[in-house]
Ligand binder design. Structure first.
Ligand SMILES: [Ca+2]
Ligand SMILES: [Ca+2]
Length: 271
């Protein structure tokens, strides 16, 4: 194998290596507020109440670190009191995420007042829900009620708290209980309007410090500096390879010319 090919392969390998570093930085992890991943919430909620409904839950930014995250999935778990596996389908539901300036236990009952400028629809359609209702070794149920977003949401915790909203347009009766936490001054609270997916105001009796125990699947968003360094490495190697190729071509062209020159003017090289 020629040195040119070796250099090209080396450039490709290092390029993939630099991209690999970026991939490692974006490995997925999971966040659950208030250490609830390790303990049962003290309450339960009939999530997706049996009416068209609008629901908002706030999560404190203190639970998400200080760097931007891409959120691509949420997962819930059955309450401890659920005794059987279950599955059902919500025919028409939309989910949204947003940054919010509102704190837990301070959400406005006017839904629109809780929304930020980055309010984003992350899911729209039919949601098939199922749970095997299996507990892990600590007796807590697995987060196996999963919603994969159709569009991920970039969340910067330095810009405010996180708001989850759903608008449920169909009246399925689920009857299933989801693990929840009812504690004042923790990281979560909710607003619910039962009866109208496009309601402007929550029903007074449904403003609550209670919240669903929620697991977020997140990946770190690469720092601009790391993306820049990867780009610079690839660019540098590409330029170096091109420069080497040009130098080599010049030599390959000049050598035959030199041979012709030698053969046509042998007297120049005599003595
Ligand atoms: Ca519970
Ligand atoms: Ca609370």
């Amino acid at each position: 194998m020629g040195i040119l090919n070796k250099l090209s392969i080396l450039a490709i390998e290092i390029s993939f290596l630099s991209l690999g570093f970026t991939t490692v930085a974006q490995a997925a992890s999971f966040i659950t507020t208030d250490n609830l991943q390790n303990r049962e919430g003290n309450s339960s909620l009939g999530f997706l109440v049996p009416f068209p409904s609008r629901f908002q839950q706030v999560y404190s930014n203190s639970q998400f670190g200080s760097k931007p995250l891409e959120i691509s999935q949420i997962a819930l778990r059955p309450d401890a009191e659920v005794s059987e596996p279950f599955d059902f389908t919500i025919g028409d539901i939309q989910f949204y995420l947003s940054t919010t300036s509102r704190n837990p236990d301070e959400l406005s009952s006017h839904f629109e007042e809780n929304l930020g400028s980055d309010y984003t629809q992350v899911f729209d359609g039919e949601w098939k829900i199922s749970s095997k209702n299996i507990a892990s070794s600590g007796g807590i149920k697995n987060f196996d009620i999963v919603l994969n977003f159709l569009k991920p949401f970039i969340y910067d915790p330095t810009k405010g708290n996180l708001l989850l909203e759903y608008k449920k347009f169909t009246p399925e009766i689920t009857g299933s209980k989801f693990d929840s936490e009812f504690v004042f001054d923790d990281s979560i609270s909710t607003e619910i309007a039962a009866g109208d997916a496009n309601a402007l105001n929550a029903a007074p009796q449904f403003s609550s410090t209670l919240g669903l125990v929620t697991q977020f699947k997140v990946t770190s968003v690469p720092e601009p500096s790391s993306l820049l360094s990867s780009t610079l490495i690839v660019t540098f190697l590409s330029v170096a390879t091109l420069k080497f190729q040009r130098t080599r071509r010049k030599k390959e062209v000049s050598l035959p010319l030199l041979s012709i020159y030698k053969s046509s003017t042998p007297h120049c090289f005599k003595n």
